[in-house]
Structures are given as C-alpha cells and as structure tokens.
Design a protein around this ligand. Structure first.
Ligand SMILES: *Cc1c(COP(=O)(O)O)cnc(C)c1O
Length: 715
C-alpha cells in the first residue's frame, strides 16, 4: 500500500504557486493571445498569493483557540523569520533600486516607510509585509472575536479591497466612496496588501485546519475547485472587458477557488516534500533577479531574439534560472548548517546510534525466519529510545515494509518524517483521534469485539489488524469466545489487514513456560482456522516478537514483530549469552568529564552524605544524571562507567543532571574526557543488559528511559 501523508499535496503545490508568481511577472502567453495571457497571469496566477496566505494561516492558527500563549509565541517566531527574509530581500534588491532611481525620486521618509510596511520596496516584495501584517490582524481579531466573526471581519476588509482593485470601476462611479479611496491610495499603491487582501485568506487557512477532512472527498473538492475556477475566469474576463480593474489582484470567486484548492491539496496528501518549502520561498524572492540576469545575459550574448521575444521561452528560462539560483542558496545554507552541526559535537550527554549494527541485526534475525515470513519492525517508544524516524527509515532502506508503534502520535511522527510502508498502532486509539488514522494512513489494532463496534460506528473507513487474546490477558478478544472473535471480521467499514496475538512467556525456557507458550500457539492457530472456516480472510497472521523468533523459530507465520532484538539487545545478560545469534548493540550512551578533584579520606561526595571516601580518592564529575535516564539508585548497586578504557565505580547519589565517579588510579583523567555509560571503550564494555541487571530490570526499560534531552547521533 502506498503511504499517503499529510502535507505532500500542499508542499508540491508550492512549486506550482512559485511558477504562477513568475508567470504573473513574465506573461508566458503574451506572444500568443493577450486575453489568454491575462486570464493566466492576471487572474489564475493570483491564486498563488491566496494559497501562500492560507498556508501561513493553516499552520499558525489551525490549533484550538485556547492555546493563545502558544499562538503568540508561534506568531513571534513567524514574524521574526519572515522579517529577516524580507530584510534580506530588500537588501538584495537595493542595487536595483539605486539603478532604477528609486532613491532619486525625491520621496519623503514617510513614503519609504509606507513602502516598507505595505507596498514592498520592489514590485514583488509586497507579499512579505502583507503576510506579516495580515497575520497580526488575524491574531488580533481572534483575540476579541469568535472564529465566525473573525472570518466576517476579514471578509469585510476583503470587500473594501475588491472595491479598490478589480472592482474599482464601480467605486469610481460613487462619489463618497471614490474620495475615500483617493485618500487611501495616497499611502498605499494598491489594496492588495496586508490590510485588505491577506486577512481573509489567513482566516480561511485556519478554517481549513479546523474543518474535518474527508479523504474520500478528493473528487468532490476537485469538482468544487473546477467550478469556482471557472467562475473566477469568467469574473476576471467580465471585469476586464468592462474596464473596471484599477489593478488585477483580487476577485470574489478567488475566495472559494482558493479554499477548495487548499482542501483538495490536504485531502490529496502524499509524502511531505520539505525541501520544496525553502526552495519555493527563495524562487519567489529571487525571480526578479533572474529576470534582470536573463535580460543581461541575453543582451550580452545576442540571444535576445531567442530568449526574450517568445513569451513562453522567456517564462520558462526565468523559471529555470530562478529555480537554479534558489537551489544554490538552499544548498549553501545546508552546507553551512551541517558544518555548524559537526563543529558542535554534543558535549553534555549523547547517545551514539550505530545504524550499521541495526542493519546487521536485521540480517541476523532474517536468517532465522522461514522463507516468506516478513518483518514488522516494532519502533514504539521512539524506537526503544534510539530515535523513531531515523531508525524506521534505515529499516525501510534495508527492505522492511511493516512497522508497529504503540500509539497514534508515534505513527504521525513517522509519517511526518517521511516514512512509507504500513504502520500498525498496537494500542487503543480514542475516538477523537480516529481521523488521524485515516489522515496519516495508519492501521489500527482492534483490541476487542466491542472495540470493533466502536470503530465501525465512528463512520471512518479503517484498515485494522484484529487482535486475539490467547492467554496474555492484556489486549484482544479472548480466543475462547469464537463468536465474538468472528464478529470483528463482519464490520463493513473495517478492512481487516491482519490478525495477531502476543506471547506472554516466550522468553522462558523452563518446561512450564514452554508448555504455556505451546498452549498460546495452539489457541491462536485454532482461532485463525475458525476465522478462515467462517469464510473470512484474516490477512497476514503474526504472533512472535523477539523471543518468539529466537525460541520458536520453527513457526511459520506471515509476519514477525521483533523489537528489542533489532536493537541488538535481549532482556538480560543470561539470555544474551545463551542466544545462538550474533546481535550487536545499536546504542551507546556517553557523557563528559567536567571536573576532576581529589577527595580526602572521610569526605562525602554528593547529596545526603550517602557516600564517604574510604581513602584519598580522585573523583570525576560526569555530565549526565537521572533526568537523562540513568537510574538514581545505580551508585548503591555497584554501577560503573568507563573512563579511558577502565571501569570507574559510580560514587554518591546520582543527581538530576550530573553524577560522580571514582577514577583513582586510572591514569590522567581530564575535563573533556568522554565517559561511556553504555557501550565499549577500549577493551572494556558495559552492556545495556549489565546496567539493567544492576537495578533489577530489563534492558528494554534501560534504553527506553534515556531522556529526550540526550542528543542522538547517528553513525
Ligand atoms: C512491544 C511489542 C512487541 C515487540 O516486543 P520485543 O520483545 O521488544 O521484541 C511485539 N508485539 C507487541 C504487541 C508489542 O507490544
């Protein structure tokens, strides 16, 4: 199944919108038909502005209104980002302004200020101050008005704008109105600015985010878009022929056209194309430069007849040149950022993730599987603390096409990160989150027969895996209640894409555990047989997680669900030693020595006087603590770290962000030295299983506890 994601359609249309803006300034069809060109570059192309306003409104004001503080912070970030971009644009075109005599025109300071605030200092730059002002206006309106009235007030401003733009012919006839606009136009050149044009589309973007999306409705949105674009063209043409427009930016039918276009793009989905975002933004800023450069090149090389005269060739050349310039800018920016990143090695606490080992483990596990059995990689809990997106993407590259997560947000994070393939949510999803399953193409586990009824009643069409409880007594409809099991396959809106159960004691090798597991396997096989006998297709069937694969390799199911073993770990050291498979740990946990001091015999180290030095010692302070996932009781359970390839006992209670280790006798330890908490240093190695053993838990808990502020570095 091809994965469809949230913002792919919107991202892709950015390119079309950037090209429409170029069209607006180059007139691609003017060599062929002036009317056709007007309809394209004077009417349709204006949808690009509306679209970009909507994008901003969607992302900033799409959240529920009670997040006012968060909204203000987001607006602040938006304004400073766009403000910087605008400043860069103004600076870039300064030489052109000088050349054009912009500063020689004897304008007053006020008039320059008006240009900066409303008109832009270059013909195309108006959009940037407009989006900033428009966002501020909508933010302000939302503070005092309901959503509906915000939209209404913005629509009123838009109507005023229309009367000063393509409906100006109407205005000119009415005396009072016309003098109002006379005053207006002393300051602004046009009404297509942040005050009249932007707010309505920004508010519509916010509306588009709040209205539930019907993914099956792509055709409906496309139809509405087609109708409203037809109206838009007719409106543009009629106004043009009547000679009403003072400027051709704003139309009435553009409102529904932009709205349905945006809904269509959201419903369409597709993988995100993040790179297109900066490239298209730069294309917008740089295309006038491309125009100047192209004209210069054409003059210098005598190619004017070829490059400039034909309007279509001219449009295409400007488009290609601005795309190239933009890609160059984005590439340079990435290089600069990458250099800064590598120069900035995390110095406090970090986890090194070895993706080569991950790939090795897939191969090792794969070699145990019977032919035809595929892997569903379990990447819940941020891929067991290893970083969900990078791990899942690497697994995909290595051929894995099925993924499992615990909850819907983990699935969304993977989709946003660009992961394709099937993603199964193993846990329960509350009713108000079911839309996200559809929107992000996630599969849902049916956790009971009643749950199946709830999912069916929600009205959504969902792809599901049916879970059968065979003795774990956690999730799934108990296998003994076969009628209820069968009922889960009968719902018209649930497409069953798999059937599974979970083993509770597959790690145990003692006879009771083996007998219990055999019982679970039997119950599962019997239930699946009943499902088939009743005429239902159970879809791919799966049962084993890591220990199920290792201890019951003879089973033949369609899928297996390894988690912990993928990361090169087993629950404890005993199992790791006993396993006849070469699993390599993917994660190493590291920190830095920040101070080295001698502590006299009898002195205490750390909180609560819990530790006193029995002899004169050298104590190193280490920049990692329990808030990073190091268990607080480690010091009292014989815990060690590695410094300069040697084991150093942890002394004193572990603090929130720091801890201390006794490095007496370990050569010259200095601030800045790397400390290894999990992983190898020289010939010494501390495994996650060993750390887990110190505090009486399993390695799964050790790695999933590693805190969010520990930077993950992929090697
Ligand atoms: C977590 C989980 C797995 C993976 O288990 P491991 O023991 O880490 O391999 C498999 N299936 C289900 C249902 C799970 O919740």
């Amino acid at each position: 199944m091809a994965a469809k994601l949230g913002y792919g359609g919107v991202d892709r249309f950015r390119l079309a919108a950037a090209l429409l803006v170029v069209a607006n300034h180059t007139g691609p069809l003017s060599s062929y038909s002036l009317t056709a060109d007007f309809l394209l570059s004077g009417v349709l192309a204006r949808l690009a502005n509306a679209f970009f306003f909507m994008v901003s409104g969607y992302f900033l004001f799409g959240r529920p209104r009670d997040d006012r503080r968060q909204e203000r912070a987001a607006l602040g970030r938006f304004l400073s980002r766009i403000g910087l971009f605008y400043a860069a644009g103004m600076l870039l075109y300064l030489p052109l302004n000088v050349y054009d005599g912009y500063f020689a025109s004897g304008k007053g300071v006020l008039s320059y200020a008006e240009d900066i605030a409303f008109n832009g200092t270059m013909y195309h730059l108006w959009y940037l101050p407009a989006v900033m002002l428009g966002m501020c206006i909508v933010y302000g309106l939302r503070g005092v008005l309901s959503d509906r009235w915000t939209l209404g007030a913005s629509a009123f401003l838009y109507a005023l704008g229309l009367l000063g733009d393509s409906y100006y012919g109407l205005t000119a006839k009415a005396g009072v109105l016309s003098s109002f606009y006379d005053v207006l136009f002393e300051g602004f050149h046009y009404t297509r600015n942040g005050l009249f044009f932007a707010p309505l589309y920004i508010a519509l973007g916010a509306l588009a985010a709040r209205r539930p999306l019907r993914p099956g409705f792509v055709r409906g949105y496309a139809g509405m878009l087609l109708i409203s674009s037809g109206l838009l063209l007719a409106e543009g043409k009629a106004l043009h022929e009547a000679g009403w427009p003072r400027h051709d930016s704003m139309y009435a039918a553009m409102v529904p056209a932009a709205y349905f276009l945006f809904r269509l793009l959201l419903a369409w989905g597709g993988a995100e194309r993040r790179l297109l975002r900066p490239i298209c933004a730069w294309m917008y800023v740089l295309h006038p430069l491309a125009i100047v450069l192209l004209r210069g090149i054409a003059e210098a090389t005598g190619l004017v007849p070829f490059l400039i005269r034909n309007s279509l060739v001219y449009f295409l050349s400007v488009s290609v040149l601005s795309a190239l310039l933009s890609m160059a800018v984005v590439c340079l920016d990435r290089l600069r950022k990458r250099r800064r990143k590598t120069g900035n090695i995390p110095s406090r606490a970090w986890a090194e993730i070895d993706l080569g080992h991950l790939e090795h483990n897939i191969g090792a596990l794969g070699s145990l599987l019977p032919g035809g059995t595929q892997m569903m990689a379990v990447v819940k809990a941020d891929a067991y603390g290893h970083g969900g997106v990078p791990i899942a993407k690497r697994l995909y590259k290595a051929g894995v096409r099925f993924f499992a997560v615990a909850e819907v947000d983990e699935g969304i994070a993977l989709r946003r990160g660009g992961l394709r393939g099937d993603i199964l949510v193993l846990g329960y999803t509350p009713s108000h989150r079911l839309t996200d399953l559809v929107r992000f193409k996630l599969m849902q586990t049916v956790v009971s027969a009643d749950d199946a009824e709830r999912l069916q009643a929600s009205g959504h069409r969902l792809a599901v895996h049916v879970k059968i409880d065979t003795g774990m007594n956690r999730l799934g409809e108990p296998s003994g209640r076969i009628e209820r099991v069968l009922s889960m396959y009968r719902h018209s809106r649930l497409r069953v894409a798999g059937t599974f159960s979970h083993l509770a004691a597959a790690d145990g090798t003692e006879p009771e555990a083996v007998a219990f597991t055999r019982g679970q396997i039997d119950r599962f096989l019997r239930a699946v047989a009943e499902v088939r006998a009743a005429g239902f297709d159970p879809g791919p069937v799966h049962l084993q997680s890591s220990y199920g694969i290792l201890n019951y390799p003879e089973l033949r199911f369609d899928l297996v669900r390894p988690g912990i073993a993928l990361y090169g770990l087993l629950a404890n050291e005993r199992d790791k030693k006993a396993a006849g498979i070469d699993l390599r740990p993917v994660l190493a946990l590291k920190a830095t020595v920040t101070r080295v001091e001698t502590v006299r015999a009898g002195e205490h180290v750390g909180y609560g006087m819990s530790y006193a030095a029995s002899r004169d010692s050298v104590v190193a302070t280490v920049s990692i603590g329990y808030a990073d996932g190091v268990p607080r009781e480690l010091s009292e359970r014989g815990g060690c770290v590695l410094v300069r390839g040697r084991r150093a006992p942890i002394v004193g209670r572990i603090c929130m962000d720091q801890m201390m280790a006794d490095v007496t006798g370990i050569g010259e330890v200095r601030p800045g030295d790397t400390v290894t908490l999990i992983g190898a240093d020289g010939d010494e190695c501390i495994t996650a299983e060993e750390v887990a053993g110190w505090t009486g838990t399993i390695s799964n808990e050790t790695v999933t506890s590693i805190g969010a502020r520990v930077a993950r570095r992929y090697v």
